[in-house]
Design a protein around this ligand. Structure first.
Ligand SMILES: Nc1nc2c(ncn2[C@@H]2O[C@H](COP(=O)(O)OP(=O)(O)OP(=O)(O)O)[C@@H](O)[C@H]2O)c(=O)[nH]1
Ligand SMILES: [Mg+2]
Length: 196
């Protein structure tokens, strides 16, 4: 970033290009946390209290009290001319039909995975494939989560050999940025390989 004039919340007038990235994943995997750690503006969140109606349907840690019901939105100014918009999906399966609209125009997605609940990511990754959204996988490291070998994870999640897999702590800005950079590098390389 060659200027800090976005600090007031407004984009520099020199910005000409916007890139959209989606942060996806099942319930409670850390999507809102990752966008909050990365966003240079106060992110737009749509958190609502989880209620007893979700018992037996929404499987999360007992300490989690709120959930995203529409989307999260954050912003990162990359340089004087380019900005990145981060859109977070809701995690509850009943909101999956919304993803089709949320991913519209996105260059790619960062799919967060919790190794304590790997099976909950199967539908998410399959859905991104169906929507034709290229993605990188970020393992969000929760305390006590199994630290599987990356090759084992690739095979368990049935990933393509080129799909990046990185480990991150969504609460940490630098760590979240590394995960995002892995996705962007992947998208850039894939774009170079497309025949002209
Ligand atoms: N230890 C640890 N806790 C985390 C990490 N990321 C998120 N959390 C915690 O996990 C809980 C869920 O995080 P959220 O960011 O709300 O997850 P989400 O994916 O947005 O959840 P939904 O919107 O309900 O699908 C919060 O209490 C976070 O503080 C992490 O990397 N490590
Ligand atoms: Mg959320």
């Amino acid at each position: 970033m060659d200027s800090t004039d976005y600090d007031d919340g407004y984009l520099p007038s020199s910005v000409r290009q916007a890139v959209k990235i989606v942060i996806a994943g099942p319930l409670g995997v850390g999507k809102t946390t990752l966008i909050t750690s990365l966003s240079e503006i106060e992110p737009v969140r749509t958190e609502e209290l989880m209620t007893e109606a979700g018992t037996g349907v929404d499987h999360v840690d007992a300490t989690k009290t709120t959930t995203t019901v529409a989307m999260d939105f954050g912003r990162l100014t990359l340089n004087s001319q380019r900005v990145m918009y981060l859109f977070g999906t809701p995690g509850q399966q009943r909101f999956f039909p919304m993803w089709r609209h949320l991913v519209h125009g996105a260059l790619g997605a960062l799919a967060l995975v919790d190794t304590r609940r790997l099976e909950e990511s199967f539908d998410v990754l399959g859905y991104l494939e169906d929507l034709d959204v290229p993605f990188a996988v970020a393992i969000n490291s929760f305390p006590g989560a199994p630290a599987y070998d990356v090759e084992l994870l690739r095979s368990a999640l049935d990933l393509l050999p080129q799909t990046p897999v990185v480990v991150c702590d969504a609460r940490d800005r630098t760590s979240s940025a590394h995960a995002l950079i892995a996705l962007v590098n992947y998208l850039y390389t894939a774009a170079q390989e497309v025949p002209a």
